[in-house]
Ligand binder design. Structure first.
Ligand SMILES: [Zn+2]
Length: 177
């Protein structure tokens, strides 16, 4: 089941009853038509756990805002990836986490399709700076994990921050797990 479609198209096609995450607020116009270049850029495997076929996961298991943010980041930072780099799976649990996953927090946003751990070979710092900026918030990124605990990746998620902790609401909330 490796459809060569942009994530937003997969999300639109996804079964709405899979996780209760209906992509109603999805705006395909947000996505440039030039993002259909490399096939691995559009691979669902990139954001899925290794056992995703067992659970019949689809793009509908993700928050649609998160997927549209990732699509936009792919345009801005070519080469960004979650699990699959240059066609090879190099990480397992950096996108959606199945019940079989025993790493990370029990209540992790990864388990509900609301988080991604982003990797980039050479532009990780620029990617992180962008995700933490007002532009990142405008993409729908609500929280970024503190860089001290995520040195080789950038954790972004769409969980609403605790309002009292979130001092600067023009930027995503930087959280320490
Ligand atoms: Zn993470």
């Amino acid at each position: 089941m490796k459809e060569n479609l942009p994530l937003w198209k997969l999300a639109l096609n996804a079964s709405p009853d899979s996780f209760g995450l209906i992509p109603v607020d999805f705006s395909p116009s947000f996505i440039s038509s030039s993002n259909t270049s490399a096939s691995d850029d559009n691979s669902l495997e990139d954001i899925m756990p290794p056992d995703w076929e067992k659970y019949n996961y689809t793009a509908g298991n993700f928050d649609s805002t998160l997927l549209s943010a990732y699509d936009k980041l792919k345009q801005l930072f070519p080469g960004v990836y979650v699990n699959v780099n240059n066609g090879k799976r190099v990480n397992s649990w950096c996108g959606l986490r199945s019940p079989a996953c025993d790493i990370g927090a029990a209540q992790s946003a990864h388990k509900t399709g609301k988080a991604l751990d982003l990797h980039h070979g050479s532009k990780l710092k620029e990617l992180r700076d962008f995700c933490e900026s007002t532009e990142g918030l405008e993409l729908g990124i609500k929280r970024v994990e503190h860089r001290d605990s995520t040195r080789t990746w950038v954790h972004i998620d769409v969980m609403p921050p605790n309002a009292s902790n979130w001092k600067d609401k023009t930027k995503p909330y930087i959280f320490v797990p």
